[in-house]
Design a protein around this ligand. Structure first.
Ligand SMILES: [Mg+2]
Length: 160
């Protein structure tokens, strides 16, 4: 079996869902009885379609999952993870503004996983550059997280 990372870390905005939680949608969010999530203006919001399958796959492999987001809308981001029924997948959540180097230093301290054994998915090049300096395998996500991007990332990690 291929060498697996010991921690998989995801950005949130434009990596797990197609919007900026601090500007494009308006908290508080709400989930209807049929499971549809909307913002306070009534706009329906969803994660990228493959996201539950991506997280399920990693859970099946036994790889712990973390979130690392620089958003200022901390409460809204956490609420969305809950309402999308995704919180249960995350062993660690580092959600606050600042440079992502801080997020990863804290993830390392909490998980005790070496940075070289982590893989990170993010849509923003500057985060990839910052976190890449730490020795984390970084994958630039161009149009949202999906199973194909996950497979490519895991393959790159295994070969590194
Ligand atoms: Mg992002």
């Amino acid at each position: 079996m291929a060498r697996l990372p010991q921690l998989v870390v995801f950005d949130l905005d434009y990596t797990l869902w197609p919007f900026w939680v601090d500007t494009h949608v308006t908290p508080p969010f709400h989930r209807s009885r049929d499971g549809v999530v909307s913002d306070s203006g009534g706009k329906t919001i969803r994660p990228y379609p493959d996201v539950p399958a991506v997280l399920d796959h990693l859970q099946g492999l036994g790889v712990p999952i973390a979130a690392a987001s620089r958003t200022g809308e901390i409460r809204g981001a956490n609420q969305l993870l809950d309402l999308f029924n995704l919180s249960r997948y995350f062993a660690y959540k580092e959600i606050y503004p600042g440079c992502k180097i801080t997020h990863f230093e804290r993830l390392q301290a909490k998980s005790r996983v070496p940075l070289s054994q982590m893989i990170f998915f993010d849509d923003e090049k500057r985060n990839i550059v910052d976190v890449g300096k730490l020795g984390v395998t970084c994958v630039h996500v161009r149009s949202g997280m999906n199973l194909h991007v996950l497979a490519e990332g895991l393959e790159r990690f295994a070969k590194a």
